[in-house]
Design a protein. Sequence first.
Length: 106
Amino acid sequence: MMKPLKVEEVIFYLINRWGKRYDFRLFKRQNCLYLQMMWKYLEQESFPLSEDEYTKSLAEKIDILNRGGYSDEVRNWLLTVNSRPRLGRAVSLQLKINEKMREFFL
């Protein structure tokens, strides 16, 4: 059984690897789901969300990923991805849409 991702765990990986709590975007294109680590981060003065809003937004995305059964893939990606977001360039994880997610997108 897969261990679900938790918000605190994702934040731990972000702080440990990059020292910043990056924002994430989740979107579907054709038969793939993309998790994008954006270049904006919570510690930025111009970041549009409060800490609570950031945590809630991250929790919603993590919940979708957990329900789709992607926690191990996302965890592994956060631990091993070599690049980091730069202004105007997000870092993406491509996930194949599985049966669990197909239901979600109906």
